[in-house]
Design a protein. Structure first.
Length: 222
């Protein structure tokens, strides 16, 4: 059994693809071999989803629960960096547990971890999804690559490998920069709470059950 799909931004690709016929019509223009593949087999099921990007409002709690991976946030399929994010979250959760086992108060630490992760996740997603806007233009697409690679491998990866994303000072810096970005002069923790509530503060889309997860109507809203 094989699953074949297409993901696109509706604001950039105006075409509607809801049926197998629409899918084959479109895919024939770019990848005719996929059409042959589909026609060579038996169709078992089809599905289409809109607005499937979601993010949880809170990832971690000092009550001792943690949401990591796809359960909390969608990752953009263009780069599929989900496992990279999960490995970072596992380190963050491990550090929170370790500190609690040592008897340290972790309320503030866990809140800062949450903000640091949300900031990193949104930054990566924004960078990746903006590629859709230039991918038809080889020159612009390629010009962006050196900068993206420079930031990723000369800045982000070394910082993460050195524990910046679960270091109390590292995540506090992110907490302050988030507070600054949202125009806050208040204490970082108050800003943290506001960041955490972003899902309700902004019209990000319809709410799923219990309102725990926000579905993002379009990627560019991230
Ligand atoms: C096609 C594709 C390619 C990808 N490529 C990459 C890549 O190259 N690099 C990268 O970093 N990431 C990649 N990703 C993303 C990455 O695979 C995911 O982000 C990651 O697997 C998510 O892990 P997870 O443990 O959160 O969720 P999952 O791996 O989805 O695990 C959830 C598990 O829970 C089970 N489950 C669901 N409901 C229930 C239930 N009610 N009861 C019991 N069990 C249940 C599911 O069967 C599943 O096994 C890719 C994703 C896709 C779809």
């Amino acid at each position: 059994m094989i699953s074949i799909g297409i993901t696109y931004r509706t604001d950039l690709c105006r075409r509607e693809i809801h049926t197998i016929e629409q899918f084959l019509d479109y895919i024939a223009t770019e990848h005719p071999v996929v059409v042959d593949l589909v026609k060579s087999g038996r169709l078992d099921d089809t599905n289409s989803y809109r607005s499937y990007m979601y993010e949880t409002r809170q990832h971690y709690s000092s009550d001792g629960w943690f949401i990591i991976g796809d359960a909390g946030d969608t990752v953009d399929p263009l780069y599929s960096h989900g496992l990279a994010l999960i490995s970072m979250q596992a380190q963050q959760v491990g550090e929170a547990i370790r500190r609690e086992h040592k008897g340290e108060p972790i309320d503030e630490f866990v809140t800062d971890l949450d903000i640091a992760f949300t900031t990193m996740h949104r930054l990566a997603t924004r960078e990746i999804t903006s590629l859709y806007e230039v991918m038809h233009d080889p020159l612009r697409c390629h010009l962006r690559m050196p900068l993206a690679i420079l930031l990723m491998f000369r800045l982000a990866v070394p910082l993460i490998f050195n524990g910046y994303m679960w270091d109390p000072i590292g995540i506090k810096i992110q907490s302050f920069s988030e507070a600054k970005r949202h125009g806050s002069r208040s204490r970082p923790l108050e800003a943290a709470d506001r960041c955490r509530r972003l899902g309700t503060a902004q019209p990000l889309g319809r709410q799923l059950s219990q309102g725990a997860v926000t579905v993002l109507p379009e990627l560019r809203l991230l």
